[in-house]
Design a protein around this ligand. Structure first.
Ligand SMILES: CC(C)(COP(=O)(O)OP(=O)(O)OC[C@H]1O[C@@H](n2cnc3c(N)ncnc32)[C@H](O)[C@@H]1OP(=O)(O)O)[C@@H](O)C(=O)NCCC(=O)NCCS
Length: 142
């Protein structure tokens, strides 16, 4: 059974494991990073669970009506099954007054297609954002 909720400190290990599954080591949040994120009052960590297991997370930083999508990950075994689209669609639906922004690597085609499919538009090209020749797009959804 798939459920949606907010992560708590007891999810630290699972969030860390999911991160290792999805991201390369040099970009993945460490356990210490997750610990800090879980303590930060401006940060909401939304998760999708399959029974008890966390299969996806979205890290959102709040500032007034602005919501910055800081990270999004779906476990490899659960990718390409519509989880990210349903997850995002639900988040956006319940926060219609908010403005969402995010940055995505310009070569991350799966993520760019996903964000476009739920209504995000590219508002800027950020040259060398992730390092030399590693550009990003800033995308926004009002
Ligand atoms: C990007 C990511 C979150 C997508 O999650 P997902 O649950 O697999 O995505 P969905 O199944 O909901 O797919 C929604 C749409 O995204 C696009 N998409 C997703 N994966 C894709 C892929 N591998 N190749 C091309 N398009 C893809 C498609 O347009 C898809 O719609 P379609 O299936 O109708 O064609 C997932 O691949 C992931 O965790 N990637 C690694 C981490 C990452 O890049 N995060 C984003 C950082 S900004």
């Amino acid at each position: 059974m798939i459920t949606y909720d907010i992560a708590t400190k007891s999810d630290l290990n699972q969030l860390s494991e999911l991160e290792k599954d999805v991201f390369e080591k040099h970009v993945a949040f460490s356990k210490k990073d997750w610990h800090k994120l879980l303590q930060n009052k401006r940060v909401m960590i939304h998760v999708v669970r399959d029974k008890e297991k966390i299969i996806a997370d979205i890290v959102i930083v709040k500032f007034k009506l602005l919501r910055w999508i800081y990270s999004l990950a779906v476990a490899k075994a659960y990718q390409r099954k519509g989880h990210a689209r349903r997850f995002l669609t639900q988040l956006l639906f319940f926060r219609k007054k908010c403005i969402f922004v995010l940055e995505v690597a310009s070569d991350n085609i799966p993520a760019i297609k996903l964000y476009r499919s739920v209504g995000f538009e590219t508002i800027a090209l950020l040259k060398d954002y992730y390092g030399p020749k590693q550009d990003a797009y800033r995308m926004m959804k009002k």
